[in-house]
Design a protein around this ligand. Structure first.
Ligand code: MG
Ligand code: MG
Length: 277
């Protein structure tokens, strides 16, 4: 951990390019959210995602990444992240699915994930899904100029811990830019005030993963699917955010974070002149 990792600092122009990729991801996830229903297979969702991304002239980030065979990760119920879409995995009423999606435009990446209930689901699953979303936005709001990396980690933990959910420790967020995964690693827990300084042009994917039970995970024999070892259900949400002088700009949210940050009383870093972008 003593090794200083190189963090790619983006220019305003490069962040604007990442915004283009982020919007492709945002629109694709909106289509996927609408497509989730009982009877749909995770392979069906993958087809929706690949078409949506390629129709915009973008490239799926995940397909071929370290041999990953699909456009999205579709992690159902006790699967936490990285599950491979499959024809035989048909969604049923009461399931909870996390969909993780990445796209590349002109060499720049966007990466985001949503957790979506399938039909009517148990109240405790809805509550966990909402908690994961809220934790994500607390983390995004902490991506403030002049702060430190683990201010984000601490903000996520501070929200989740009192609610009693497990916080998955083994996976987390990451720097993002001309590669999907760059330094630094972004933990979902820890003390604030540590790690890299958040300067203008830092871009991060923040992604809390929480469980109804223990936070411990294992990887299945397919070498991808991460599951909870106690079988408890999990939720996962993610956005790509840029640190700007005006505040955090959520590159994978359609409005850049304006509405959610207003609820939290946080200034949004989206440039005023690009409100339509
Ligand atoms: Mg992701
Ligand atoms: Mg990610």
């Amino acid at each position: 951990m003593a090794r200083r990792e190189h963090v790619q600092i983006k220019t305003d122009g490069e962040i604007a390019k990442m915004r283009v990729a982020g919007l492709v991801v945002a629109r694709t996830l909106a289509k996927l959210r609408a497509a989730v229903e009982p009877g749909v297979s995770t392979a069906d969702l993958d087809a929706v995602a690949e078409k949506a991304i390629r129709d915009e002239g973008a490239i799926p980030s995940f397909k071929g990444y370290q041999g990953f065979p699909a456009t999205i990760c579709t992690s159902v119920n006790n699967e936490v992240v990285h599950a491979i879409p499959q024809r035989k995995r048909v969604l049923r009423e009461g399931d909870l699915i996390s969909i993780d999606c990445g796209a590349i435009v002109n060499g720049w990446h966007g990466d985001a994930a949503i957790t979506v209930p399938v039909g009517a689901v148990a109240q405790n699953l809805l509550e966990m899904t909402e908690a994961c979303e809220q934790a994500l936005w607390r983390g995004l709001a902490a991506a403030q100029l002049g702060g430190k990396l683990t201010d984000i980690s601490a903000a996520v933990e501070r929200y989740v811990h009192p609610l009693g959910y497990g916080i998955v420790d083994h996976y987390g967020g990451h720097g993002i830019g001309t590669e999907m995964h760059q330094p630094p690693h972004v933990l979902n827990h820890g003390r604030p005030g540590r790690g890299i300084r958040l300067v203008e042009g830092v871009a991060l994917a923040i992604e809390p993963m929480i469980t109804l039970g223990r936070p411990d995970t294992a990887v299945l024999d397919d070498d991808w699917t991460v599951v909870t070892t106690d079988g408890s259900f999990a939720a996962h949400t993610e956005h790509t955010v840029a640190v700007t002088s005006r505040g955090p700009w959520v590159l994978t949210e359609l409005d850049g974070g304006v509405a959610k940050f207003a609820e939290l009383g946080v200034a949004c870093g989206q440039p005023a002149q690009s409100s339509a972008a």
